[in-house]
Design a protein around this ligand. Structure first.
Ligand code: C5P
Length: 317
């Protein structure tokens, strides 16, 4: 009997994101919308592990496993295959994802897994690519994928893939309300935004100075007032009950409340870890049905970790 140990996998840890500001401009010829956004990576993490394998495959673990495709449509698998193609690597990988970022929640969970797969495969295959070299590969996979490599707090322009740093000192404390039953598909929310705008002329999107100056000093109340998401009305039009969720958090003393990206996750900003506990207890008691998570931001983008034990149950493809 061989005593050779199974080859060790490589694991990347990757956060979810919220948009502190999402200004949506006109729809472009290619179907995307020009945006000016401030991305903020928060401490809710997926772990993406890759092993050398004879065949491409993906397995998903964790509370949202049933909602994630475990076939060729999986964004982590597409990312690994795309990286192999552009770098002419012939090896294949078996991917295992521990999924803690809500699915179809506006926190870029699929994009996070793509970013994690890029970082993990880059290390497994010893490609020696820098973050800057991975960015164009990431942007091919989705508008939010470059930010999930970058992490922290950053401005996104174009369709969100062009990044510039934002000066932000200190931490922000968040309470996240995650819908128990309904996700929202991003294209549907952008389409609803267009429908609500009708034939109105839409200006080229510009970031607001108000948010950027509030971030410079991490003045929580000022950041709370400056939170803005042009997709929020569209998300509220598709799930009207979200209005009650936003109001519940504000009534309970949040400094700000915003739908995250295309929703339906709602992010509440508070001033301290103690205030985050108070708000999460209050929201749970008041009862808009949903899951409540606490998270701090900003946190780093996709990065390698040395050891990780995945949770169950799993789905395999
Ligand atoms: O880039 P990603 O694949 O994540 O985008 C998913 C969908 O979201 C796009 O097909 C498009 O319908 C919409 N989208 C958009 N404008 C953006 C980003 C995404 O219209 N800036």
């Amino acid at each position: 009997m061989s005593l050779a140990a199974e080859p060790r996998g490589v694991t990347a840890r990757v956060p979810g994101k919220i948009n502190l500001e999402l200004v949506v401009g006109p729809r472009r010829e290619d179907g995307y919308h020009e945006v000016a956004t401030v991305f903020h990576a928060v401490g809710v993490y997926d772990h993406v592990t890759v092993h050398a394998s004879e065949e491409w495959s993906v397995q998903v673990h964790g509370p949202y496993a049933d909602l994630v495709p475990a076939d060729g449509a999986n964004l982590a698998l597409r990312a690994a295959r795309h990286l192999a193609k552009v770098t002419r690597v012939r090896d294949r990988v078996a991917i295992s994802i521990d999924k803690q970022i809500p699915v179809a929640g506006g926190m870029a969970g699929g994009s996070a897994d793509a970013a994690g797969a890029l970082v993990a495969c880059e290390a497994l295959w010893g490609l020696g690519l820098t973050r800057e070299e991975l960015i164009p590969i990431a942007s091919h996979l989705g508008s939010d994928v470059p930010f999930l490599l970058h992490g922290g707090t950053a401005m996104g322009s174009g369709r969100g893939e062009r990044l510039a740093p934002v000066l932000a000192r200190g931490e922000l404390h968040w309470v996240l309300w995650v819908s128990a039953d309904e996700g929202l598909a991003t294209p549907l929310v952008y389409a609803e935004c267009d429908r609500l705008r009708g034939s109105r002329t839409v200006a080229h999107p510009e970031p607001s100075g108000r948010l950027l100056s509030a971030l410079r000093t991490m003045d929580t109340e000022a950041v709370g007032v400056a939170l803005r998401n042009d997709l929020q009305d569209a998300a509220l039009s598709l799930i009207p009950d979200l209005r009650d969720v936003l109001q519940a958090g504000l009534d309970l003393g949040a400094d700000g409340a915003v739908v995250s990206g295309s929703g339906p996750t709602v992010a509440f900003l508070v001033g301290s870890p103690a205030a985050a506990i108070d708000l999460s207890v209050g929201l749970a008691a008041r009862g808009p049905q949903g899951e409540i998570k606490r998270a701090v931001g900003p946190v780093p983008g996709a990065h390698l970790v040395s050891s990780f034990t995945p949770s169950d149950p799993s789905r395999t493809g």
